[in-house]
Design a protein around this ligand. Structure first.
Ligand code: 13P
Length: 255
């Protein structure tokens, strides 16, 4: 496969800077310089700088969990793209369902962030996914398409090729319920075909689509074996070095 697998840990609101540095150190020692898998850790904002220093000489890359789409100014509590670049972040998670749910983030706002991240040389990890009610109402593909096109509105084909999409069914996040590999593959394939319609198939073939939602060592092999699943965005299992490194190992084998 031409797309490089990506294993990203979303630490959410966990780990102090010191605990994050310890975890990052263990992960960095597991990941080799010529790693076939791209590995990203996304700590909280206050831990970014410390973790960045720990992984500096390793192949592990840094991601943030959010940004505010303005250069600077009176936006109390927010973090700019320039600040993320200053700590050497390469990726930024945008549109996570927790931000959509608890902070009322809309597709339009997520889209502003996606465009701002790209202009700022950060790679967005754009999260999309349906709720259980939407799945049961047979709205899964429609909901994902709307969030995808909403988030990518006005993004050029050249920029689109850099973006990472994370399909995270909301009902599978932190619940222990995982989409079956077939269920996930169906949505991943649908996402890729929406991208192909918008950007053409050669761009769509370059875009990595991660699965997220209770991904763990026990189910990773089967998920990563699916044609359109290019890695994982991992919450709970990213908080322990052992389980996160086991997921990296699964992606190495899937390669
Ligand atoms: P869990 O792996 O804990 O289900 O979280 C997934 C997620 O939301 C990653 O962004």
């Amino acid at each position: 496969m031409s797309r490089k697998y990506l294993i990203a840990g979303n630490w959410k609101m966990n780990k102090t800077p010191a605990d994050g540095a310890d975890l990052a150190k263990e992960i960095a020692s597991f990941v080799s310089k010529d790693e076939s898998v791209e590995v990203v850790v996304c700590p909280t904002a206050v831990a970014l700088d410390r973790v960045s220093q720990v992984i500096e000489d390793s192949a592990v890359k840094l991601g943030a969990q959010n940004l505010y789409p303005k250069a600077s100014g009176a936006y109390t509590g927010e973090i700019s793209a320039e600040m993320l670049r200053a700590v050497f972040a390469k990726y930024v998670i945008l549109g996570h369902s927790e931000r959509r749910e608890y902070f009322a983030e809309t597709d339009a706002f997520v889209n502003e962030k996606v465009k701002f991240a790209l202009e700022s040389n950060l790679i967005p990890i754009l999260c999309i996914g349906e709720t259980l009610e939407q799945r049961e109402a047979d709205e899964t593909l429609e909901v994902n398409k709307t969030q995808l096109l909403g988030g990518m509105e006005g993004v050029s084909a050249e920029d689109a090729a850099k973006v990472v999409i994370a399909y995270e069914p909301v009902w599978a996040i932190g619940t222990g319920k995982t989409a079956t590999p077939e269920m996930a593959q169906e949505v991943h394939a649908a996402i890729r075909s929406v991208l192909a319609e918008k950007y053409g198939s050669s761009v769509a073939e370059k875009i990595r689509i991660l699965y997220g939602g209770s991904m763990k060592p026990a189910n990773a092999d089967d998920l990563l074996a699916q044609k359109d699943i290019d890695g994982g965005l991992i919450g709970g299992a990213a908080l322990e070095a052992k389980s996160f490194c086991d997921l990296i190992e699964s992606a190495r084998k899937a390669d």
